[in-house]
Design a protein around this ligand. Structure first.
Ligand SMILES: Cc1cc2nc3c(=O)[nH]c(=O)nc-3n(C[C@H](O)[C@H](O)[C@H](O)COP(=O)(O)OP(=O)(O)OC[C@H]3O[C@@H](n4cnc5c(N)ncnc54)[C@H](O)[C@@H]3O)c2cc1C
Length: 276
């Protein structure tokens, strides 16, 4: 199938891009790497008559390291992160997550911002960025605002962004040398979306311990209960207890999914604590 006809513009400024997005008569949509939107256009699941390409906007492909944070422009590709162009907020985690997304051709074009805005429950960055306590900077008619990643994804393919807003920056806190992380995803084949994802990030200096499950049916599930238990005992929680937490999560997960998530979680935590 081919997409419905559309025009594409490549504005040179954020203001011009936002102006184009306000043009509701044209059913306008942002496009970044096109790796999720492209297939949707081809299948005619999306039929915008105008696309606004944000990859050339000032700042969107930039990477910055400050005293306290690492800032990644929304249009930075998975491949650039995989290749180590982004300074690590916590050693090795971003490169590991990026390298596990699809295959290199997708990673060459797909962007971190596009992935977060698309908000696919099985996507990697939505889970990883919640685990890392990232904050997203978006620009709309009222100027810039910050949305903590924990409140960004509202459900499958739904975010807290307004239609005329553009995600510009992903801001990740820098973790201490004592920080530990684990990230594990279960896929049937390399390059496929995950059946289950688990992320674990702990930093005693920042007094942070986060347990996140991805590839549930909606937004990633954050378990404060498991995080509390791991932070208190310094050890992984037994598999059956992890499964009980998932059963009580209210997520209506199948037993197969619970098993996959629990295994992914155990491996992520073991990985993180084994080199502590
Ligand atoms: C075969 C295949 C396998 C894949 N496997 C995985 C995988 O294992 N894990 C994974 O995480 N992902 C996977 N993906 C998805 C891939 O990571 C995409 O790159 C990503 O989901 C979307 O990024 P994009 O830059 O291509 O966004 P686009 O496709 O251009 O846009 C996606 C959506 O986000 C919106 N958008 C994009 N940028 C912005 C912005 N700056 N501000 C506001 N809205 C914006 C668009 O309007 C659109 O609705 C896979 C994709 C393919 C084709």
């Amino acid at each position: 199938m081919k997409p419905s006809p559309f025009e594409i513009s490549r504005p040179g400024t954020l203001d011009a891009a936002r102006e184009a997005l306000r043009d509701e008569a044209h059913g306008t949509k942002v496009i970044s790497g096109g790796q999720s939107l492209g297939p949707m256009l081809n299948l005619r699941l999306a039929r915008p008559s105008r696309l606004v390409d944000v990859t050339g906007l000032p700042g969107l492909a930039e990477i910055r390291k400050t005293e306290t944070h690492v800032e990644i422009g929304a249009a930075v590709t998975h491949a650039r992160i995989e290749d180590g162009e982004v300074p690590d907020p916590i050693p090795g985690m971003l490169r590991h997550v990026a390298a596990g997304i699809a295959y290199r051709a997708v990673r060459n074009r797909g962007t971190i911002g596009g992935s977060l805005c698309h908000a696919d429950p099985a996507a990697d960055w939505v889970t990883a960025m919640i685990a890392l306590d990232a904050v997203l900077v978006v620009r709309g008619g009222g100027g810039a605002r910050e949305i903590p990643m924990s409140g960004f994804m509202l459900g499958a393919y739904r975010t807290a962004m307004k239609d005329d807003e553009i995600l510009t920056t992903v801001r990740i806190p820098r973790y201490s040398d004592q920080a530990r992380w684990g990230y594990y995803k279960i896929c049937r084949k390399v390059g496929e979306f995950a059946d289950a994802i688990a992320a674990f990030v702990a930093d005693p200096e920042r007094r942070t311990c986060r347990v996140v499950f991805g590839s549930t049916s909606g937004a990633p599930f954050v378990s404060t209960e498991l995080a509390r238990q791991i932070a208190t005992t310094g050890a992984a929680v037994p598999l059956d207890a992890v499964k009980s937490v998932l059963r009580d999560s209210g997520l209506n997960l199948s037993e197969v999914k619970i098993h996959q998530l629990a295994i992914a979680h155990s491996r992520a935590v073991t990985e993180a604590l084994s080199d502590a």
